[in-house]
Design a protein around this ligand. Sequence first.
Ligand SMILES: Cc1cc2nc3c(=O)[nH]c(=O)nc-3n(C[C@H](O)[C@H](O)[C@H](O)COP(=O)(O)O)c2cc1C
Length: 206
Amino acid sequence: MAHILHIDSSPRRENSYSRTFSNKFINFWKDGHPEDTVIYRDIGHEVLPYMNEKLFKAMFVAPEERSPELVEAIKISDIFVDEFIAANRYVFAIPMFNFNVPAIFKAYIDLIVRVNRTFAVVPEGYKGLLENKKMLIITSRGDTYHSGSPMAAYDFQEPYLRTIFGFIGITDITFIHIDSLMGDKNARTKSLEAANLKINYTVTNW
Ligand SMILES: Cc1cc2nc3c(=O)[nH]c(=O)nc-3n(C[C@H](O)[C@H](O)[C@H](O)COP(=O)(O)O)c2cc1C
């Protein structure tokens, strides 16, 4: 049985493509898998702390040595990490902002990539602590970055997401890029048609 963590991160609501498609995927998925559970988080409209002095300190102090102030500072990270570890599948909707993830999604990553919780330092280097997880990442982009296109080298988003989630042990990652959203109307229409096909395919093959 799947326990899915579904996260939207666009600051837009009705007009967000990434949000629309992640919701479409989750609704189709629930139809086919009514026994599965989904936890939803909209970090596009949640206040997440950016890294700060207390949080930084708390992350590198053993739990039993944390002062009440540090326990309080790390609470949100503990909640997010517990929630992340409890899931075995992830559906993340992430717009491209300046060739990478939105700052709010980076803030989320800074809260869940935690030593001895999601990765460990071992004699050989680092070890991701998550195993047997699957991730679907739906991105939305104004331009297009597919292999061979003029802007391909500007895509720091997919490589970054593969690296950071691979670092904590998640390597089974499927990407659906909804691109050309700010280009001409034909390109956008084609892109949305392709995204619909990819969503349908992924729902039956994930
Ligand atoms: C601050 C900002 C930066 C953006 N940077 C890029 C970019 O680097 N590349 C790109 O293709 N589109 C960029 N866009 C366009 C968005 O990726 C696009 O509008 C996307 O559809 C937004 O996601 P949403 O539809 O889920 O809200 C940017 C938009 C904003 C607001």
